[in-house]
Each structure stands twice: as C-alpha cells, then as structure tokens.
Design a protein around this ligand. Structure first.
Ligand SMILES: [Zn+2]
Length: 433
C-alpha cells in the first residue's frame, strides 16, 4: 500500500484548495511555529528565545502547538511560561486554532482573573482553586488572541502575496478563503490586477459581514475573484473536545461530554436564508456528527421553506470529521457539498483514538459519501485548512487512500479509503459558484 501511496508525486497540478485562511497563512509564515516540538519543555525553550528577541511592549505569538503529541501529554505550567517570558504578553495557539495558552502578562491584558466568568461560547480553564491555568478555549481563546496587535496594514499585501505564492508553489490554481476579513477582497483584486498572483480566489466572509461584503463586492470582484458566501461555526474542534458529538467522548472534561454546540438547526436555517436572500452560498463549520446533523437539519428546514426553488447557491459543510451512518445519504439527497480535509486524519490519529475510539468507523467516511452519490471535485471537495495543517496536497491524498501516516501501521477506518484518482479529483475542477 505504501508504495502505491508514496507514488503520488506526479499529480495533475491544477488543484483547488477549498479551505484555506490566507491572512493567517501569511502571518504563520512569519510567526513562531511550535509544530515540530516534541515536548512542552521544547516549546518553552522556543517561546523563551522568541521572548528574549522581542522588543518591550510587543507580544509573542506562537502557533501550531500539537499538545497531544508532546511527551508530557499536556500544556506546560503557567509559572514555567512566566519564568521565561516575564512581562512580555505571550500566547501559544493550538494547531487547531481553538485553544490558546496565555502567560500571566497576557491574562492581565485580557482582564482574566479568578473571578472572571466564562465568556459566551468560551471556556477559561481553572485549577482546583478557581485560578485560571492559562488555557483558554473557543471564544475565550479567540478574544485573547485578538488582543495582540495585528501586523501593520502596510505589511498586509506582502503577507497575502506570500501566502498566495506558497499555495501556487504547491500546484494550486484556485484557493478559497473561509473567513475573509473585509480588506481581503480589495487587496486580492490588486494582487490579481498587478499580476502578483496567478491564483483564482473564492471568499467566504463571517456571516455578520455578508451584507457589507455583498454591497462592496462590485468594486473588487472579477472572473478570478468572487465572493462565495457567508461562514458560520456550528461547533468547535476535536482536539479541544468542543466538536459537537451525538455520543459522549470517551475522555471529555466535565461539562464537555458532547462537545460544544454553537448553533442549533433553526439558527442555521436562518443563516442559510440570510445568505441566499443576497444570492450567496454558505459554508458551515461542523466537525462532530452532532454538528453535521444540525447543519443537515437546518438545510432541510430551509429547503422545505424554499420549496421548488431548492438550495441555490452552494451550501457547504466544512470538515465533517464524523458523520452518523443515517446522515450519509442526506448529503446527496439535500444537494449539500462536503468540503473536507483528509490531511487532518494524519494529524489527529491519537486524538481520534482517545476521544472517539469506540466509533472510528464513522470517522471521515469518504467512501460512504462517494457511494451515496457525492461527486469528486463537485460535491466532495478537498482542502487542508492551512495554516491549521500544512497545505501539501499529498498529505490529503495519503490520508484518503491509506488512512494512516507513512510508515505507520495505525490506520483509522481503512474501509473508508478511496482510490487515488478519486482523491485527486476531489482537488480538481472548478467549484460550482
Ligand atoms: Zn478553517
């Protein structure tokens, strides 16, 4: 099998990256990465070195901490981090972007202390005495991360150009951004016009920005750059145990037995309607099988209301890492696009076995979806979620075809493997838009 899988070096290089984050990628190419750290102490050493080289007043931000793979098996102690970072606000983000570890200086800036209540949609992890440990989840993580100063506006163009060049270098001809800020469309229009990128782009903007984006898009859209729709989040992530599950996790922290539902079916239906009223599609983040079902339910509510007009433009569910058996057929029946990132299987093998080891047969069931009628490259799309994981398409091909890391025996639901031509086809073509 490995010979076959490793034989993916001469792919048809006209690929679509259906799920990317260009502004984060641009910054990530610039930021401290903890990706290949093997332990918490190695991560601490890197943060110490970066803090020592950081001017007073500036923040240290690191990304791609893969804590499940660290030899200690968990985050460091806040006091250890404080010892090497001192007064420099320091944030280390989990590779899945849904957890951030903050030092005391950063907690102080965020106004987080023992008496601070959890924000809506977020969790401040606490020790036995109620003292914040430094670990922040979901909304608590996002809002604290957002306190660090953005790169200056003058560097944006350079960062985005670098992100686009990175993807182009991997063979992509089209990239979709799944959480585009308001400045991204105009900036990409400049890059396209000036010939600084050869890519085509499709943008999904936060749901709350869809009206503004729609009103402004005429100024920047072109045949190579389109507003595709709104983006919503219906759950968290597997690694943070915030992905919304139908059955309890095997190892959930108290209160997160089923993860964290962020939107219910009725709200999802309303979000679809809000976008389609303007003629736009929607992309819905849903990782757990509970969230996927809520999205399908929301789509069904919306479709019933729309009647014969059906669901136009595209309705996409992003990630779909677990899908209940009884929900598989609903994708094709409802005309939904599954936009998935097989490469996450390689990153998440340990987390999947620990959290949902009793239902691995429901993990990333790409073969089931194809057999139920989804079409590679049309209604089953591949992407990476870069910079959450790297964008090399071979990773997703390997995961889709072999369901395990190269050189490892540990496979997840090998019966869900798909053929290599189908896997490449999921990266190919041009998405309906
Ligand atoms: Zn994403």
């Amino acid at each position: 099998m490995d010979a076959q899988v490793l034989n993916v070096q001469s792919p048809p290089r006209r690929l679509r990256e259906a799920h990317a984050h260009l502004p984060w990628l641009g910054r990530a190419l610039d930021m401290l990465s903890l990706e290949d750290c093997k332990s918490a102490s190695e991560a601490i050493d890197r943060l110490a070195a970066r803090a020592a080289a950081t001017p007073p007043g500036a923040w240290v931000q690191a990304h791609s901490a893969r804590v499940a793979g660290w030899s200690e098996g968990g985050w460091f102690d806040r006091s250890e981090l404080d010892r090497v970072t001192g007064q420099t606000p320091t944030l280390a983000m989990s590779f899945d972007h849904h957890a951030v570890f903050a030092n005391s200086a950063a907690l102080l800036r965020a106004g987080i202390g023992p008496g601070t209540p959890d924000p809506a949609g977020g969790i401040i992890a606490r020790d036995r005495n109620g003292e914040p440990t430094g670990l922040l989840l979901e909304a608590a993580a996002f809002s604290t991360w957002a306190l660090a100063p953005e790169p200056p506006e003058s560097s944006r163009s350079e960062l985005i150009a670098r992100a686009a060049a990175h993807l182009e270098g991997l063979g992509f001809v089209e990239a979709h951004d799944l959480f585009a800020p308001d400045w991204l469309g105009p900036l990409l229009a400049d890059l396209v016009r000036s010939g600084r990128t050869g890519l085509r782009f499709g943008l999904y903007v936060p749901l709350d920005a869809i009206e503004t984006a729609d009103a402004g898009r005429k100024a920047w859209e072109s045949d190579r750059l389109r507003l595709l729709g709104g983006k919503i989040f219906t759950d968290g992530t597997l690694n943070s145990r915030t992905a919304w599950m139908l059955e309890p996790y095997l190892d959930a922290p108290p209160g997160l037995e089923l993860g964290k539902p962020l939107m219910r079916a009725g709200e999802i239906a309303a979000a679809i309607e809000r976008c389609s009223r303007l003629g736009h599609g929607i992309a819905m983040h849903a990782i757990g099988d509970g969230a996927v079902r809520a999205c399908l339910d929301g789509i069904e509510i919306r479709q019933r209301a729309a009647g014969a007009r059906g669901l136009k433009p595209d309705v996409r569910i992003e990630h779909c890492e677990l899908i209940a058996r009884s929900d598989i057929a609903r994708f094709a029946d409802l005309g939904v696009i599954a936009s998935v990132q097989p490469c996450h299987l390689l990153a998440d093998i340990e987390a999947l076995r620990a959290g949902v080891g009793d239902r691995l047969d429901r993990v990333m069931p790409w073969r089931d979806l194809l057999e139920a009628g989804l079409e590679p490259g049309k209604t089953l799309l591949f992407g990476s979620d870069v910079p959450v994981v790297r964008a090399e398409p071979e990773d997703s091909i390997r995961a889709a075809v072999a369901r395990r890391r190269a050189g490892s025996e540990l496979a997840i639901a090998p019966e869900q493997a798909i053929g290599e031509p189908d896997a490449w086809a999921c990266f190919g073509g041009t998405a309906r838009a």
